[in-house]
Design a protein around this ligand. Structure first.
Ligand code: WQD
Length: 338
């Protein structure tokens, strides 16, 4: 089958391309490269030995999206495209709402116009808000998000559910990612944040590579086993495979399914640091620091529904995630920009 991946040149998108191509599917990528690089697609083609139909443009541009769908009849779409920096979303909220919600609305309109009413949406555990209930199951009420980025995920889920409620022909998969980390085993593709990242793993890699003199551990007084925050880290290749399973489900079912993509295991910041040091035989420079505003103590998934509905389960270990993240970093110290 042929799938459209909006934002397919990005971190999770590029790894999903590899998964879909290796499963024998065709891939069409639509990306404006605002937070990605065409080089990632060249690397995807190198890994798989297959071609990707790549279109540079904006998912909010209706004429452009319609042209892509005219030229590339598809079976379903995976919607990754969106601005995703939590901190930035607080400072420019209107840009985030305009871009992220506009992209979702435009894509749905164009898909419906081409009678392709199947979409897999890149959502996030952030929609659970500051829930104190763990593990988080899909029937946990959506919470109050702590930033405009999270609200755009929350609102896009709402838009897609309402579209499917009004038109039962729609097949909608809402995939709630926990904390994606790691890289493809080849080290050819990986996470390449523009500017200073906010997320833990890219910062650990910068500290390991000497680009960050000291890693700060945000808070040691949380109600967790070692006082540092607990998260459900999931290898990006497991996440990619979850999209393959979700697409296989979406093309043979109608209606809405919400699915967590996580391991169901929670690891603390200190556990991540120790595992990274052991996996890569190095010492990280780190210090304890104050809490980061907005962080919750613990977030990890109940992954049972993904196993029951999609036959999907994460298989990579925290050690795999740390080893593969560092492998990508050492081969690409400046990311895709040589
Ligand atoms: C993980 C833990 C930090 C940096 C974010 C987004 C969320 C989702 C996943 C998209 C936290 C701690 C971090 C550092 C630290 N993205 N930390 N020192 O905050 O769980 O979720 O990424 O959907 O929307 O909010 O991930 O990697 O930022 O932080 O101690 O220098 O690491 O406090 O406990 P988070 P993260």
């Amino acid at each position: 089958m042929r799938f459209l991946l909006t934002g397919g040149a990005g971190y999770i998108g590029s790894h999903t391309c590899v998964c879909l191509l290796e499963a024998g599917h065709e891939v069409v990528v639509l990306d404006n490269f605002i937070n990605s690089c065409p080089e990632s697609i060249r690397r995807v083609e190198k890994i798989t030995g297959k071609k990707v139909a790549l279109y540079e443009g904006d998912c909010c541009d209706e004429a452009f999206v319609n042209r892509v769908l005219d030229e590339q009849p598809i079976d379903a779409a995976v919607h990754f495209a969106g601005l995703k920096a939590v901190g930035e979303s607080v400072s420019i909220p209107l840009r985030y709402y305009q871009n992220n919600l506009g992209a979702t609305l435009t894509l749905c309109k164009c898909l419906a116009a081409h009678n392709v009413k199947r979409i897999v949406f890149s959502s996030s555990a952030t929609v659970y808000g500051d829930s104190k209930i763990v593990p988080m199951s899909e029937n946990l009420p959506m919470g109050s998000c702590t930033n405009p980025y999270g609200w755009t995920k929350w609102m896009s889920e709402r838009i897609l559910q309402d579209a499917a409620f009004a038109d039962p022909e729609w097949s909608v998969m809402l995939l709630r990612y926990f904390n994606p980390v790691g890289a493809h085993e080849s080290g050819l593709i990986g996470e390449d944040p523009i500017g200073m990242p906010n997320n833990l793993m890219p910062l650990i890699c910068r500290a390991a590579g000497g680009k960050l003199p000291m890693l700060s551990v945000f808070g040691s007084d949380y109600d967790t086993p070692d006082g540092t925050c607990v998260r459900d880290y999931i290898h990006v290749m497991d996440l990619a495979n979850g999209h393959l399973k979700a697409l296989e489900y979406a093309v043979s079912h109608k209606g809405v399914e919400i699915v967590n993509l996580g391991t169901g295991e929670g690891y603390s910041v200190l556990q991540m640091i120790r595992t990274f040091e052991e996996a890569n035989d190095l010492k990280l420079p780190w210090r304890m620091a104050d809490r980061r505003p907005g962080d919750i103590a613990a977030s990890y998934s109940n992954p049972a529904k993904a196993a029951d509905l999609l036959g999907w389960k994460a298989t990579h270990t925290l050690n795999d995630m740390c080893r593969d993240a560092w492998h990508w970093q050492t081969l690409n110290p400046n990311g895709y920009r040589a």
